[in-house]
Structure formats: structure tokens, C-alpha cells
Design a protein around this ligand. Structure first.
Ligand code: FAD
Ligand code: NAP
Length: 542
């Protein structure tokens, strides 16, 4: 008999809910978390300025109406400490701690076909067996520092935003270099600029950003939301992005230009990225339509930044709006009006080396006391690749995915029975409000495991045919949009040598949920369920 029914890898939003859901289904569960605390993204990314870009009312669990009523968010867009407090509250409230083991990294998971169990090894050297493995290891948990020659020679401290010292960093009076201007860089830069004597922002690609207009939550608005929260959550589940976004429902190119400007300005003043992207139906599929919003944002940058040569450098041209995560900040562009902030274009003059005293580009040397990397993640597959996962006949997952990740519905991959991925490649995951997507996956996986065990099966495995057909659908949908026009981490472009495959599913969380539900209703169509009595096996379904 296996030691456990289910091993869960990771204790972020996904792992925490997986422990609760699977345990509530009567299963013996254990989650292993590499960090010294739970929270995943919200544990690790404790850099100053870290904040949600989805509103707190949306970026929260919906599985418990009681939790939903009891918890009050203080801000429209919660900062990292508040999200982390929330997740710890969830673990306390549902008594999850006994089934979560911190400071423990899963290093290997090997499928034993004879006994239909996974052998899971952790970095404390212990091996446990489990009937199922749920990978809740995160789409954005494997951080990356670029291989810049000389970095180890740097005399000052250097940090990656995703491994920020918990005690904080005092930059007072220091010359600081920041590499990276994605969502993270844009959040952390104004915080560093507040204290540093000089901040050099090394920008390779200019990014679009819209305001947050963050504010404290109005108690009256909270009361009225809570009165209809269930209904609101249903709207979120059926929506495209996992957030109900009121759009005009019309294509922008058929709209009078002055109305378009009014709509964009209204959304600019209200704040938030999703309302922009959802304003018109053609923004993410038609380049000319997208140009209208791109030019609107560039105009706001030109208005905000006093030095027009700096403003032009900050204006993004390299990709359509939304094809990379639309950043949000209330103070990033204005920060460049401060005399202690310098924008350095490392597209035209690339970084060549780090020396003991600073950073050199192909045209200049910058003397620095500290360096900050906001250089992102080996997204979608990085955390899984770090685990030695071996399926049927010892096949390594990394080997199977040499040409890019393949997973049926983004939740399971052929050749790896009884292993589930939460928000894996091929699911809406990072293109949605992730909490909605995480809950949907965890609930679907829990029901699937219940079906397997309830039916007396020992094994469930995605078929190669179903996986192939789903993969083709994911790519077809992606290439009917503007998303592949960006060199983004969605397509693996940020990691040298990574195969370029568009990983997330753009079809929308509502339609995706319907598809997953239909698969389950049809007896887990596209999966093979097997009873393994060692010699006698019976195949059904598929
Ligand atoms: P994670 O939170 O990444 O948790 C995975 C956990 O698994 C980590 O704690 C990691 O330590 C652990 N782990 C990984 N491998 C192993 C192993 N081998 N053994 C043991 N433990 C392991 N999404 C949104 O929808 N809205 C936002 O506003 C938003 N903001 C974000 C801000 C930042 C700075 C980042 C980086 C991401 C943001 N995201 C946002 C995406 C965010 O990652 C998800 O919303 C969500 O938090 C993911 O939860 P998760 O549990 O799937 O993964
Ligand atoms: P990212 O979007 O991948 O941005 C990384 C940045 O580092 C980019 O500007 C990139 O430039 C730059 N970079 C990487 N290597 C470089 C090199 N060798 N030289 C110069 N520049 C280099 O990573 P991120 O900002 O951490 O965000 C990742 C994702 O996390 C986001 O897309 C979002 O989904 C999530 N997130 C959300 C929030 C939020 O607002 N809630 C906050 C942070 C993160 P190029 O663009 O040229 O590659």
C-alpha cells in the first residue's frame, strides 16, 4: 500500500487549495514546499512594491462562502504582505498545517508501473510512495538571473526580486542598477528610487503600463459585493479572463475615433489592465485595432515624462499591447522626472559585463554599489524541469518535452499516469486571473481522482492522441491572436535555448471550463483508465 494517496508539490495558492480539496475528499495528502513558509509567489516575491494586478475581490478563493464573507481586503490591489497574510489565514482556518511540510524540496518523482505508485524523493533523503502526484509547483516560481560575465566578481550585494531578503534592503545613499523592466521591474523601481542616491534602469525592451489607481476598499462597496458574491463569482468563472470585465462588445475599428479616446481615457482614469484589454473585441486579434490603444498609452507616456528623449525611449514599439503582460503602475513613468533616475537603453548598447565596481555596456561604464535583477522566470516548465520526473519506462519529462511542453488540457501528460499539473502548459493559467484557474483545476483533479478510485481503477493517463489534438488547438487559437508577435515568456523567448512553443491557452477560462467539464461527463474522454492487477489489466474509456 502506498504511504499516501496524493503528494502535492508546492504550497502556493494551488498547493494550499489542493491540500484542502483532496483532504476534504477523504484522501491522505501531504504537500511539500521548498520555502520556509507557504504562499508561493507571495512568499518569495517580497520585494518592495510587490502588488497584485488583479483586484483583491477577484484574486481570492471562492471555494468557501464563509471565508469570502469573513475576510476583508484593505486595498483594491493588495500588496504582497496582505496576500501572504490571507494565505496563512486560509491555512489556519482550514487546519491545513499538519499536511504541509515546509523547507522540503521534491527532487525526484518516479512512476512504478508494476504497483501503480509514484516514488517521491525529497531533499531530506526520504522517499515516499503515493498513488497520485499533483504538481502545484508554480508557473512563475523558477527565477532566472542572466548569465552576465563577471557577475561573481561584483563587490556589492546583488539581488533577484524573487529571492528578496525578508528583512528588507536599505538602499539609502547607494548607486543602484536595476536590470529588467517587466511587471516586477516597473513595481520595484520607484521604491528603490525613493532611497537610492542614483538609480540606473537598464531597459532592453520598453513595456506598456497603465495606472492601477489603487485605493483603500470602500466598506459600502464591500458590503454590496458580499451581498452578491456568489453570483459575481459565477460571472468570473464564465468569463474569458477570470474577471468580469465590462467591454463595449464592439470592434474598435468600427467606432468613431473620439468615442474611442473617451473610452480609453475613462479606463485610464479608473485604472487596471484587464479593462483596457477587454474594452473592444478586436484589440488582441487585429494589429490596426491594437495600434489605437498602443498609441493612446504612448501619448500618456509622452505627457508624463518631461524629457522627450527619455519619453521616446520608454515608448514601447516592439510588440502589441497585451501580447506581454500589461504592466500596472501609478508612478513608474513619472519616476523618470526625478534627477536621481537614469534610463539606460541596453537594446542599442547591450550589457557586456559586470565588474567589481559596476556594470559595463557596449558604450559606457556605470559605477554601482548594488545590483537588482528583475529578470523574470523560466516560466511554465522551469519548476517541473528541476524535478527528476520519470514516467512509464523511465521516460524523463524533460526528454518528452525537448521540443516544448505538451499536456492534455494542460492538466495531464501522456506517459505520466496519475500525475496532474495545476495550471500546466495548455491551460489558461497565466493569461487569466490565476486564482480562478487554480480553483478550477484543483476541483477537476479532485473529481478525477475520486472517479478513478470510486471506479476501482488504479491508473488514469492522458492518451497521446488527445494530447496532440489539444496541443494543436492551443497553437491554432494562439496564432489567431496577436500574442505570438511578442518575444515573451509565454512562448519561452526569455530563456536562451528554450524551445519556442506558445504555452498558455488563450481560449478563455469560461470556454475552457466547459471543455474540461465535458471531458469529465464523457467518462474522462481522452484518458485511459486502467485496473492494474499486475498481470490482468482492463482498459475502459478513452
Ligand atoms: P506558486 O505561487 O509559484 O507556488 C509554487 C510553490 O511551489 C512555490 O512556493 C515553490 O517554492 C514550490 N515548489 C516549486 N518546486 C518545488 C519542489 N520541487 N519541491 C517543493 N516545492 C516546490 N497572477 C495573477 O493572476 N494576478 C496577479 O496579480 C499576479 N501577480 C503576480 C506577481 C508576481 C511577482 C508573480 C511572480 C506572479 C504573479 N502572478 C499573478 C502569478 C502567480 O504566480 C499566481 O497568481 C499564483 O500565485 C500561482 O500560485 P501557484 O500555487 O500555482 O504557484
Ligand atoms: P519578465 O516579464 O520576464 O521581465 C523580465 C525583464 O528582464 C524584461 O524587461 C527583460 O527584458 C529583462 N531582462 C531579462 N534578461 C535580461 C538581460 N540579459 N539583459 C537585459 N534585460 C534583461 O519578468 P517579471 O517582470 O518578473 O514578470 C514575470 C511575470 O510575473 C509577469 O509577466 C506577470 O505575469 C507576473 N508579475 C505580475 C506582477 C503584478 O503586477 N501583479 C508583478 C510582477 C510579476 P526583455 O523584455 O527585453 O526580455
Amino acid at each position: 500500500m502506498a504511504d499516501l494517496d496524493v503528494v502535492v508539490v508546492g504550497a502556493g495558492f494551488a498547493g494550499i487549495y489542493a491540500v484542502h480539496a483532496l483532504r476534504s475528499a477523504g484522501l491522505r495528502v501531504r504537500a511539500f514546499e521548498a520555502g520556509s513558509g507557504i504562499g508561493g509567489t507571495w512568499f518569495w516575491n517580497c520585494y518592495p512594491g510587490a502588488r497584485c494586478d488583479v483586484e483583491s475581490k477577484d484574486y481570492s478563493y471562492s471555494f468557501s462562502p464563509e471565508l469570502e464573507q469573513e475576510w476583508s481586503w484593505s486595498e483594491r490591489y493588495p500588496a504582497q504582505p496582505e496576500v501572504l497574510r490571507y494565505l496563512n489565514h486560509v491555512a489556519d482556518r482550514f487546519g491545513l498545517w499538519p499536511d504541509i511540510q515546509l523547507n522540503t524540496r521534491v527532487t525526484a518523482a518516479v512512476w512504478d508501473s508494476a504497483d501503480s505508485v509514484w516514488s517521491v524523493t525529497t531533499d531530506d533523503g526520504v522517499v515516499r510512495t503515493a498513488r497520485f502526484c499533483v504538481m502545484a509547483s508554480g508557473c512563475l516560481s523558477e527565477y532566472q538571473v542572466p548569465a552576465i560575465p563577471g557577475l561573481s566578481s561584483f563587490r556589492g550585494p546583488w539581488y533577484h526580486t524573487s529571492r528578496w531578503p525578508r528583512e528588507g534592503v536599505d538602499f539609502t545613499g547607494l548607486r543602484v542598477g536595476l536590470v529588467g523592466t517587466g511587471s516586477t521591474g516597473i513595481q520595484v523601481a520607484p521604491e528603490i528610487a525613493r532611497d537610492a542616491s542614483q538609480l540606473y534602469v537598464f531597459q532592453r525592451t520598453a513595456n506598456f503600463a497603465v495606472p492601477n489607481r489603487n485605493a483603500t476598499v470602500d466598506p459600502e462597496a464591500e458590503r454590496s459585493l458580499k451581498a452578491r458574491y456568489r453570483e459575481y463569482r459565477e460571472e468570473a468563472r464564465a468569463s474569458l479572463l477570470g474577471v468580469p470585465v465590462p467591454g463595449t462588445g464592439r470592434p474598435v475599428l468600427a467606432e468613431p475615433p473620439q468615442d474611442v479616446q473617451r473610452t480609453y481615457m475613462d479606463r485610464w482614469q479608473r485604472g487596471g489592465g484587464m479593462p483596457f484589454l477587454g474594452a473592444y473585441t478586436d484589440l488582441l486579434v487585429d494589429r490596426a485595432a491594437n495600434d489605437t490603444v498602443a498609441e493612446f498609452i504612448r501619448d500618456r507616456i509622452r505627457e508624463t515624462v518631461a524629457d522627450q528623449s527619455v519619453a521616446e525611449l520608454l515608448c514601447p514599439w516592439a510588440y502589441p499591447v497585451g501580447a506581454k503582460r500589461l504592466c500596472q503602475s501609478d508612478d513608474y513613468f513619472a519616476m523618470f522626472n526625478s534627477p536621481n533616475v537614469t534610463l539606460v537603453d541596453v537594446r542599442s548598447s547591450p550589457i557586456t559585463e559586470v565588474t567589481p565596481d559596476g556594470l559595463r555596456t557596449s558604450s559606457e561604464f556605470y559605477a554601482l554599489d548594488a545590483l537588482v535583477f528583475a529578470t523574470g522566470f523560466d516560466a511554465m516548465t522551469g519548476a517541473l524541469a528541476r524535478i527528476d520526473i520519470r514516467g512509464v519506462d523511465g521516460l524523463a519529462l524533460t526528454e518528452k518535452w525537448t521540443a516544448g511542453p505538451r499536456a492534455y488540457l494542460g492538466v495531464a501528460t501522456a506517459g505520466f499516469p496519475n500525475m496532474f499539473l495545476v495550471t500546466g502548459p495548455g491551460s489558461p493559467s497565466v493569461l487569466s486571473n490565476m486564482v480562478v484557474s487554480i480553483e478550477q483545476h484543483v476541483e477537476w483533479i479532485t473529481a478525477c481522482i475520486g472517479h478513478v478510485l470510486g471506479g476501482g481503477y488504479t491508473q488514469v493517463e492522458a492518451t497521446a492522441e488527445a494530447e496532440k489534438a489539444w496541443g494543436e488547438h492551443v497553437i491554432e487559437v494562439a496564432y489567431s491572436t496577436l500574442f505570438p508577435m511578442a518575444d515573451s515568456w509565454y512562448i519561452g523567448a526569455n530563456i536562451p535555448g528554450k524551445p519556442r512553443v506558445f504555452a498558455p491557452y488563450i481560449g478563455g477560462v469560461g470556454p475552457y471550463r466547459e471543455r474540461c467539464d465535458a471531458v469529465a461527463s464523457a467518462g474522462y474522454e481522452g484518458f485511459v483508465l486502467t485496473v492494474s492487477l499486475r498481470f490482468l489489466s482492463r482498459e475502459v474509456g478513452g
